[in-house]
Design a protein around this ligand. Structure first.
Ligand code: AAL
Length: 414
């Protein structure tokens, strides 16, 4: 065989210029992902990749962030009556929280004896809280309107605290889902069910449903102690309510996301047999995207700081990896309840920041992004965020880490 013929048979090296053909050649695992997992091999053209830009809000008072007033865990934002509406956890107590027993490993026996609890002293930032709401004409300047869902009287679920709301509009009526606590969060763990209230107007009045919308799982099931972060959408004419669970304690905790489906906003909700459907996350932000649903996986797990997509609304796959995601973020999702199989995505929402690392007082803020099929904002598709060097040096070595390094050096150098 001539050299020329041999040359023709030799597998060609990966080309300098990418063409439609390139993805059909024999590829490494990584290049297969580039061409087959992501919407584009180019980050700047990945429609489910975005940076996040943050803006402080105007219109909310926090007593100088002294820990007595806190707002966190905002709902989706909806647009009604010519205004944006948002609901959130509001705590307004005479003292800052005294701290939960989370560090004591979630015993299954209430530890109230170690926990000088009473009806005025909050355990954690979302204890003794209510669901409040605010409206805005631009998403930056907000007017707090008041209580949407107050704590009901004991022993109705939510009597200790109602927190972490999300909103559903369905057949012209409005539904608020929220965490309903019957013990102070942090007494044994962050244990609660999901309650629901309904109204004919986003301004209320809100009527609390008799039963909880979604209860905790049976003993031994992954969501046996808590179902949290309710996040309702509409798909195939049904209510798809995604929620968080945390399990495997007192061993290594695993935070994941489940799905419960109902024909009626007040239930009964049937939990999906494949739950959990997301292996990471914490607070939830999901939105219709094309035929499927996209999810911001923000805080916990192997796949935190990722954006995922499930065309069937159950089987989530990685769509993008990003950074500086909005803590507790929830978005303005114009088509959250349209159920038209053509989800257009999101461009902004609200999130929260903690006043201190103690997670005992929070404030709302706005995030902007380009996870939308309606816009193309190249600035949001950049990477290598120019994070100030001081931010990196501020997160320096702990005393233990310095000690470990010193010991290593002593052993090696003497
Ligand atoms: C939030 C949410 C839930 C938790 C607590 C308040 O970020 O995950 O609502 O219970 O933290």
């Amino acid at each position: 065989m001539s050299n020329k013929e041999e040359e023709k048979l030799k597998p060609k090296a990966f080309p300098y210029t990418i063409t439609e053909e390139t993805k059909n050649r024999k590829l490494s695992a990584a290049l297969k992902r580039s061409f087959r997992k992501y919407s584009s091999p180019y980050l700047s053209e990945n429609e489910l990749y975005s940076q996040f830009k943050y803006t402080r809000l105007k219109g909310f008072e926090y007593n100088g962030h002294d820990g007595t007033v806190s707002r966190r865990d905002p709902s989706k934002i909806i647009f009604e009556n010519g205004r944006y509406y948002v609901w959130y956890t509001k705590r307004d107590t005479s003292t800052r929280p005294i701290g939960g027993v989370f560090s004591k490993g979630y015993q299954n026996v209430p530890l109230e004896k170690e926990f000088q609890l009473n009806d005025d002293v909050p355990s954690v930032d979302w204890d003794l809280a209510e669901i409040w709401y605010a409206t805005s004409k631009d998403g930056f300047n907000w007017e707090e309107k008041g209580t949407a869902v107050a704590r009901p009287s004991k022993p109705i679920p939510g009597w200790r605290s109602v927190a972490t709301p999300d909103i559903l509009k369905y057949k012209g009526k409005f539904y608020l889902y929220y965490q309903a606590f019957i013990e102070a969060p942090g007494t044994r763990g962050d244990y609660c069910s999901i309650g629901v209230s309904h109204a004919n107007s986003p301004d209320g009045p809100w009527i609390k449903a008799e039963d909880v919308a979604i209860d905790t799982g049976a003993s031994g099931e992954w969501d046996q102690f808590a179902v949290q972060d309710p996040t309702p959408l509409v798909h195939n004419g049904q209510i798809y309510l995604y929620y968080k669970g945390a399990f495997n304690r007192p061993n290594t905790v695993w935070v994941a996301v489940g799905l419960a489906i109902a024909d009626n906003p007040l239930g009964p909700f049937k939990k999906h047999i494949l739950n959990p459907v997301l292996n990471s996350g914490h607070e939830l932000c999901l939105f219709p995207f094309k035929k499927g649903v996209a999810a911001l996986n923000i805080t916990d797990g192997n796949e935190h700081f990722t954006i995922q997509y499930a065309e069937d609304w159950v089987s989530f796959e990685l769509a993008a990896i990003t950074e500086m995601m909005p803590l507790g973020g929830n978005a303005f999702i114009p088509d959250a309840f349209e159920d038209n199989g053509d989800g257009r995505g999101i461009t902004w929402g609200l999130c929260f920041f903690r006043v201190s690392e103690a997670d005992d007082c929070s404030y709302l803020a706005r995030f902007d992004c380009d996870l939308s099929l309606n816009i193309h904002d190249p600035e949001m598709k950049e990477n290598q965020n120019p994070i100030d060097a001081e931010y990196y040096f501020k997160h320096g070595l702990s005393a233990n880490q310095i000690q470990r390094i010193d010991e290593e050096n002593k052993e090696r150098i003497g």
